[in-house]
Write a protein that binds this ligand. Structure first.
Ligand code: ATP
Ligand code: MG
Length: 222
């Protein structure tokens, strides 16, 4: 079975995340997508995140009734930053031999992959699906690879002319998921949370909008 790990802060989950997951499931035949909110994202946040329990609750609401979309506790509290490499190693232990794991990520996040914990080891752990995002080019994905995995310049040149397809590396493949063009971010949702629930509902599932209002999330700190 094809399974994807989709990590993030999900503060909060929004319709862009769901669109990416849906497009990836369709294109790559994924039967299960684990949405894994990080308790402590390794890269310092400039602001305080909503509590893990709130972010997880909203993911549960957003994935309810979506076949194959599952909120995951793999990056719940450990007292330590959640490094994706370690999460993947742990997740792989729970899979069976016939399962095939993919790491689902937006190109904006992938651009920083070289600065992550053990990037080469992480990339060699499974195939990646890199989703397009407004304002970023998929060719940036190849350029963002750690030096040890950089394809030759001639390859990069070819890639910059293609917006989809894949980049095959010795021990991993980057599959490019283009045409996901949803201009929504959690940052935008947090700002909108100050206003009417009507606008919020255009960017997050209804149950998530209701939860944000009930719990009075993102009122002060957006
Ligand atoms: P923030 O604005 O707080 O950074 P975000 O919208 O980027 O929030 P994250 O939780 O940071 O959401 O992202 C989790 C993952 O989802 C990342 O890999 C990110 O690239 C991807 N992602 C988020 N929104 C989109 C979108 N609209 N299109 C494509 N990928 C997205
Ligand atoms: Mg982000």
């Amino acid at each position: 079975m094809r399974i994807a790990f989709f990590g993030g802060t999900f503060d909060p989950v929004h319709l862009g995340h769901l669109a990416v997951a849906r497009a990836a499931a369709k294109k790559f035949g994924l039967k299960l997508i684990y949405f894994a909110p990080a308790d402590i994202p390794p890269h310092k946040q400039k602001r305080a995140l909503a509590g893990f329990a709130h972010r997880y609750a909203m993911l549960s609401l957003a994935t309810a009734g979506q076949p194959g979309f599952v909120p995951s506790l793999i990056d719940a509290y450990t007292g330590m930053p959640n490094y994706s490499f370690e999460s993947l190693v742990r997740l792989k232990k729970t899979l069976s031999r016939s399962d095939r794991l993919y790491f689902l990520i937006g190109v904006d996040a992938f651009k920083d992959i070289s600065t992550w914990y053990k990037p080469v080891e992480l990339l060699n752990e499974c195939d990646f699906i890199v989703a397009s995002r407004p304002g970023y080019s998929l060719a940036d994905a190849a350029r963002a690879l750690p030096e040890a995995l950089q394809p030759p310049a001639s390859e990069l040149e070819k890639l910059s002319q293609h917006r989809s397809g894949f980049i095959r590396l010795p021990r991993t493949t980057l599959h490019l998921l283009d045409r996901v063009n949803v201009p929504i971010s959690s940052t935008k949702v947090r700002t909108l949370a100050q206003g009417s629930i009507g606008r919020l509902r255009r960017f997050v599932p209804k149950a998530v909008a209701d939860y944000i209002k009930k719990e009075r999330l993102y009122i002060e700190n957006s």
